[in-house]
Design a protein around this ligand. Structure first.
Ligand SMILES: O=C[C@H](O)[C@@H](O)CC(=O)C(=O)O
Ligand SMILES: [Zn+2]
Length: 279
């Protein structure tokens, strides 16, 4: 089928000193990715923070093939890249060089460097793609919800009881740079990632999903002593540069894909910020 292929949206890196001068609209333009999932379209954003590409594929009326973009100067998208793909919609399939993988909601497919053809299918599926530059090839691997390393964090009394599934990480599915998982807030819990942290060696992106259409997440960003917020809807992503905290509270519970790329893959390489020190 024929589809319109939107251009790659390129976002330059930002300096923390710019943040105090940003209006709400400026903050949203720099850090919020608000329309990744348009029917029969693959939408993509390249951020110069660690050269991460975020893409969304919604194969509503037929299969969609992952293209490449002129800015990448590559023959095919994964020629020098790797990707973590998470289905944030209804069950669907991803076919990587002829091998078809079934992805229920919340499942993750790691697609390694060198995979030429990636095809998304499933009328109500929605595939989130997080891609980083890759120096070598690791095997393409499927991880289903609950099959990764599972962490139970937080407490209902502080409204942050949540389950963290680590999928792509140093002790799980191997990759060059990507560390990726899905966190699900338990019913009645609203806070993620509080106490907040930074990790100056990695850029991290959150893609919120499973949030009712009428609800919003108040996502906190910026340096710990100079924070700002974004009001974020379902299936929207936020880019957190290395100097930025990334934490939020919803008007309801929700899930999110967290994914990072950069200098190392140590999940525990975080600089925690005491709640009392946030400004
Ligand atoms: O660097 C790690 C990431 O920010 C997330 O894994 C945090 C998270 O999912 C949570 O606390 O809810
Ligand atoms: Zn983090």
């Amino acid at each position: 089928m024929t589809t319109t292929q939107p251009p790659l949206h390129v976002r330059h890196a930002t300096h923390p000193a710019q943040v105090p001068g940003f209006s709400t609209a400026d903050l949203r333009e720099q850090y919020l990715v608000d329309a990744l999932f348009t029917a029969d379209t693959i939408t993509a954003v390249l951020t110069h923070h660690d050269r991460i590409v975020l893409a969304g594929a919604r194969p509503a009326s037929g299969p969609l093939t992952l293209p490449t973009w002129p800015e990448l100067r590559s023959e095919y998208f994964l020629e020098r890249r790797e990707a973590g793909i998470v289905n944030v919609g209804e069950p669907g399939t991803v076919t990587a060089d002829g091998t078809k993988y079934e992805l229920p909601t919340g499942a993750c497919l790691y697609a390694g460097r060198g995979v030429r053809d990636v095809v998304f299918d499933g009328p109500d599926s929605a595939f989130y793609v997080f891609s980083a530059a890759a120096h070598t090839q690791f095997p393409t691997t499927l991880v289903n919800p609950g099959e990764g390393n599972r962490l139970e964090l937080g407490d209902q009394r502080t409204a942050n009881r949540r389950t963290i599934d680590q999928y792509i990480h140093a002790d799980g599915v191997r990759s060059c740079q990507i560390v990726l998982g899905v966190t699900t807030l338990h019913a009645g819990s609203t806070w993620n990632t509080m106490p907040a942290h930074t990790h100056d060696r990695r850029t991290e992106c959150y893609l919120y999903f499973g949030l009712p259409e009428s609800e919003r997440i108040v996502h906190l960003l910026g340096e710990p002593e100079e924070t700002r917020h974004l009001l974020v809807a379902d299936r929207q992503a936020v880019i957190s540069p290395s100097w930025s905290i990334h934490s939020g509270a919803g008007t309801s519970s929700y899930s999110f894909v967290w994914a990072m790329a950069g200098e190392n893959q140590a999940f525990a390489d975080m600089d925690g910020v005491d709640v009392r020190d946030l400004r």
